[in-house]
Design a protein. Structure first.
Lengths: 183, 208
């Protein structure tokens, strides 16, 4: 697997809605900019061998890195695959929509739910929003959130950006009723 | 009077902090001789001068707020890069929201209350290069970096882009400190010591 660079973003919200956030709200993203394993090969019918070759390595690389960047236990998480213009979205989806990738994050974060995802194709500098949901119960409304990311020079047309996001809490100042009170 | 450096949020109207860091493993298909980290840390604060006119004296607030920002931002840069010793290049920047003046951004980064302290915390000697602008939230600013003790070291001329999607609001300022642990990935454009003398006379022809 050829990694060109790794980007880390950590956001810490101290105030929201004009009020202090009592415990600063932290979200971290770690993204690997990799060469598209299927670049230059035309339409590849069977993506399995490429997925087997790279998905687990990517999960093993990114999962500990994003938890380290967060510096606290994760309560919500999500993932992203942003494919450069010469690739197929199917290439990015192949790398992230497999247990070989996601299980590294689930194990490291003691998580059980599916990882919400964004898959998108675009030029270098494309803005993408990573959705995050609670790590053990995807219906917990307080933890539905998303995080915006942009890498100025990635993905190149023959690259894919693979990212994981982790939040140490739900939204800052979350105060919507839990789902159950409506039922 | 300087505000507490420990609990700065309320006193400087801090909304959020954003760290952006990248590490290049391959560039143009080859591994750089040295692995280099570059990072920026941005603080989003309330513009303390919103609604005031150009005759307003900025000195009191700049002396109160800028040192807090210098400490806050450099603490995070140093932690991210593994120590001030690791940092070789630095830069600074500010983006003022649309109801502020560019002078407000300047007040927070171009005076000794910020610059001298950033230089001291990062153990540098050079003047700190900068970028500033006035913009809507989500503007990308290219932050220049150069060597922290030998500003003319050409291998260390580089930039990092900084962007906070939802800042600055019209009444906010984004203040940024940035650093790198080394040079560009494959520096090979010489230096002042190796340059030939170039003038219009030494060249056979100067494009017109």
């Amino acid at each position: 697997m050829s990694v060109r660079k790794i980007v880390t973003v950590v956001e810490e919200i101290r105030a929201e809605g004009g009020r202090e956030v009592t415990r600063p709200a932290r979200v971290a993203v770690v993204a690997a900019v990799i060469e598209n394993p299927w670049a230059g090969q035309g339409f590849v019918e069977d993506l399995g061998p490429g997925i087997d070759a790279h998905a687990s390595d990517l999960g093993a690389l990114l999962a500990p890195a994003v938890l380290d960047a967060l510096g606290e236990p994760a309560e919500a998480y999500g993932k992203a695959a942003i494919v450069g213009l010469d690739g197929e979205i199917e290439h990015g989806s192949g790398l992230i929509h497999t247990l070989k990738f996601g299980d590294h994050f689930r194990k490291a974060a003691n998580a059980t739910t599916l990882l919400p995802a964004v898959e998108k194709r675009g030029p270098a500098g494309v803005v993408f929003d990573i959705p995050l949901k609670h790590i053990t119960d995807a219906t917990i409304r307080s933890h539905h959130q998303s995080f915006e990311v942009r890498i100025s020079d990635a993905p190149h047309p023959n690259e894919i950006v693979i990212a994981l996001a982790a939040a140490a809490q739900g939204r800052p100042q979350q105060r919507l009723a839990p789902l159950t009170t409506e039922q | 009077m300087q505000e507490s450096l420990e609990q700065p949020d309320e006193s400087i109207g801090l909304r959020k902090l954003v760290l952006y860091r990248d590490v290049v493993f391959t560039e143009a298909g080859e591994t750089p001789a040295r692995p280099v980290q570059r990072a920026s840390v941005a603080a989003v604060i309330r513009n303390p001068w919103v609604g005031s006119g150009p005759s307003t004296d900025l000195s009191m607030e700049q002396a109160r707020i800028a040192p807090v920002l210098a400490k806050l931002l450099t603490d995070r840069l140093i932690a991210s890069m593994g120590g001030a010793d690791e940092i070789e290049a630095f830069g600074k920047a500010a983006i003022v929201g649309t109801t502020g003046e560019i002078e407000h951004a300047g007040a927070l980064i171009h005076t000794p209350y910020f610059g001298n302290l950033v230089r001291e915390f990062l153990q540098g000697e050079s003047i700190i290069c900068f970028a500033d602008t006035r913009a809507e939230a989500g503007e990308t600013l290219i932050v220049p970096l150069w060597h922290k003790t030998h500003a003319a070291t050409r291998s260390h001329y580089q930039t990092i882009s900084a962007r906070v999607p939802d800042a600055p609001r019209a009444d906010e300022i984004v203040v940024i400190a940035a650093a790198s642990t080394g040079p560009r990935p494959h520096p090979r454009i010489g230096d002042r010591m190796t340059d030939p003398v170039v003038t219009t006379e030494t060249l056979e022809a100067v494009p017109s």
